[in-house]
Design a binder for this molecule. Structure first.
Ligand code: E4P
Length: 215
């Protein structure tokens, strides 16, 4: 499974890119706003660091405007993937962008039927928001399994991104379900990295090594 980092924080992107554990980045307007920085500057900096898919969101509502926005966004570099909302106008734009060879990530997908339509329209990626489904009392991961089956049954080339991840268990479930990608916020990556038994083991090894040095 590929791992993308779900953030617009440059320091976090650098940290995990340099560790070799991430394959790409996803951003959205909320994450850019949270960074408190200029949108173009942030995207340019991400494109300087990451040599893998970088999803940047188009925010127009009409297909023609989404297409125009996408054409501007891809100027940031060869790895840009344009996030397009899961709407009728959005899918119309996806169809045209596919013809133009512009990669798309259909976002705000909450059901298998939406994912099927996005894939039919020619989406490169389809992002299912599991955390937001779980927040509402649904079982987000069930939808991941359904989409996985559908894409496999008909060899649909769209890649499934498990998004809106809340904790490491979501990542493991996404990988078990065979998702193509999990896009993970930095705090969850931090939790995946650390384990108290690793820390304890390191403490014991360090203190035992002191004893070896004294002998
Ligand atoms: C995906 O591309 C989105 O940026 C993200 O996963 C949304 O997650 P949230 O529900 O934590 O906002």
């Amino acid at each position: 499974m590929e791992i993308f980092i779900d953030t617009a924080e440059i320091s976090q992107i650098k940290k995990y890119w340099n560790m070799g554990v991430i394959d790409g980045v996803t951003t959205n307007p909320t994450l850019i706003a949270k960074s408190g920085r200029d949108f173009k500057q942030v995207v340019a900096e991400i494109a300087d660091i990451v040599k893998g898919p970088i999803s940047v969101e188009a925010i127009s509502t009409q297909a023609s405007d989404l297409i125009a926005e996408a054409k501007e966004l891809v100027k940031f570099g060869e790895y840009i993937v344009v996030k397009i909302p899961m709407t009728a106008e959005g899918l119309k734009a996806v169809k045209e962008l596919n013809k133009l060879g512009i990669k798309t990530n259909v976002t705000l997908v909450f059901s298998a039927s939406q994912a099927l339509l996005a894939a039919k329209a020619g989406a490169t990626y389809v992002s299912i928001f599991v955390g937001r489904l779980d927040d509402r009392g649904h079982e987000g991961m069930e939808v991941v399994y359904e989409i996985g089956e559908i894409f496999k049954n008909y060899r649909l080339p769209s890649k499934l991104i498990v998004a809106s991840i809340r904790h490491p268990r979501h990542v493991i479930e996404a990988a078990t379900a065979g998702a193509d990608v999990a896009t993970i916020p930095p705090d969850t990556l931090d939790k995946m990295l650390a384990h108290p038994l690793t820390d304890e083991g390191l403490r014991v090894f360090a203190s035992d090594w002191e004893k070896v040095k004294k002998t």
